[in-house]
Write a protein that binds this ligand. Structure first.
Ligand SMILES: NC(=O)C1=CN([C@@H]2O[C@H](COP(=O)(O)OP(=O)(O)OC[C@H]3O[C@@H](n4cnc5c(N)ncnc54)[C@H](OP(=O)(O)O)[C@@H]3O)[C@@H](O)[C@H]2O)C=CC1
Ligand SMILES: CC(=O)N[C@@H](CCC(=O)OP(=O)(O)O)C(=O)O
Length: 317
């Protein structure tokens, strides 16, 4: 590993995921922050806005051309969906060798981009410098279904509940603590982007019903799977243990995990494995922190691989 640090910039750095990435980069031995872009926090010190960050770095409001003009080896786009394209185009034109990691859904369906869910797609990376980072629910859904893919008799159905940080900082009912109090808010009950994303990358239809809840961070996905033959619980557990053996960020647990235990953790817990009496139905529960394994931590895994350091560098495992 070279002793020179690689330079990384974050666009959309005011947001929930941008702030988590700033913390991860600050503790990274091979990366230094080149710039952090926010329109609203333009000129303010990062240290005054991100707990635990020290130093004099300040936010700057940079448009696409200004981002492309920065000296950076890696650019992370942490913008709302639908905003990435001008930045990608400007970087493609000015500095095509820059590694771009996009946290939004904008390139998750683009064949030219590597889809970076390392535990499932690590071997598919061919050195691409355009990396789309999976969605938070889509990560939990795919990790819950992948070990049983060949056993399925019907499309799996996933029921998701997310903390409201999943809805970003743009005000809406889904991140309004008043409207969420004592409430569970269903939304996008058919056709959610993560339904399409998980279906595409698992290569099988998945049905997904998301909800948002009053807690801030952490999500649960409970997936019902109908199986083509009767299966004992031990076989299911063995399949999950086998699939994720050695995976530092996927913990296979016995009982159904609780979302209250996963906030601020970098890994996914998968467990439950409740099997019906006839052995042909199993329910799997996954929890993850939507801002970490659902976004920033997964991005850091992808960045680490792209810059040629150990995948878990700077990720507390
Ligand atoms: N929150 C989560 O749990 C997850 C989020 N994601 C995805 O990651 C991305 C970022 O999410 P999150 O951090 O929650 O979002 P936030 O709403 O918290 O932050 C969005 C950021 O983008 C900036 N921004 C907003 N609109 C524009 C614009 N038109 N042009 C330039 N900058 C803009 C905002 O800062 P400013 O206005 O100051 O410029 C802010 O820094 C989204 O695509 C989201 O879908 C993925 C997985 C999980
Ligand atoms: C609670 C909530 O609103 N969650 C977001 C998912 C966050 C995420 O992973 O977003 P992207 O796929 O957009 O990157 C949603 O359902 O759209």
């Amino acid at each position: 590993m070279s002793t020179t640090k690689q330079r990384i910039g974050i666009v959309g750095a005011r947001g929930h995921t941008g702030a988590e990435l700033i913390r991860l980069v600050a503790a990274h031995p091979a990366l230094e922050l080149a710039f952090v872009s926010s329109r609203e926090l333009d000129g303010q010190r990062v240290a005054d806005n991100v707990d635990g960050f020290t130093g004099e770095l300040r936010y700057a409001s940079l448009d696409a051309d200004a981002v492309a003009a920065q000296r950076a080896d890696v650019v992370v786009l942490a913008l709302p969906n639908g905003k990435a394209e001008p930045y990608v185009e400007a970087i493609d034109k000015a500095k095509p060798e820059t590694i771009i990691v996009d946290l939004s859904a904008d390139y998750r369906f683009n064949e030219k981009w590597y889809y970076g869910l390392p535990e499932l797609t690590r071997q598919l990376w061919r050195g691409e410098k355009r990396i789309s980072n999976p969605g938070c629910y889509a990560t939990a859904i795919q990790l819950s279904i992948a070990p049983l893919k060949d056993l399925l008799a019907a499309p799996p159905v996933s029921f998701g509940v997310s903390g409201y940080s999943g809805a970003g900082t743009t005000p809406s009912d889904k991140n309004n603590p008043e409207k969420l109090r004592d409430n569970l808010m269903p939304y996008s009950l058919t056709g959610h982007t993560h339904e399409k994303e998980a279906s595409r990358h698992l290569n099988l239809p998945v049905e997904f019903m998301p909800h948002v809840a009053p807690h801030f961070r952490g999500l649960t996905v409970t997936t019902n799977l109908y199986l083509a033959r009767p299966v004992k619980r031990e076989e299911i557990v063995q399949r999950f243990n086998g699939a994720y053996e050695g995976e530092k960020l996927v913990h296979v647990v016995d009982e159904a995990p609780w979302v209250s235990h996963i906030a601020h953790k970098h890994h996914v817990d998968i467990g439950g494995f409740a099997v019906s009496n006839d052995g042909k139905r199993v329910v799997v529960v996954a929890t993850l922190d939507n801002l970490l394994k659902g976004a920033a931590t997964q991005a850091m895994q992808n960045i680490n691989r792209a810059i040629g350091v150990d995948e878990y560098t700077a990720i507390p495992v």
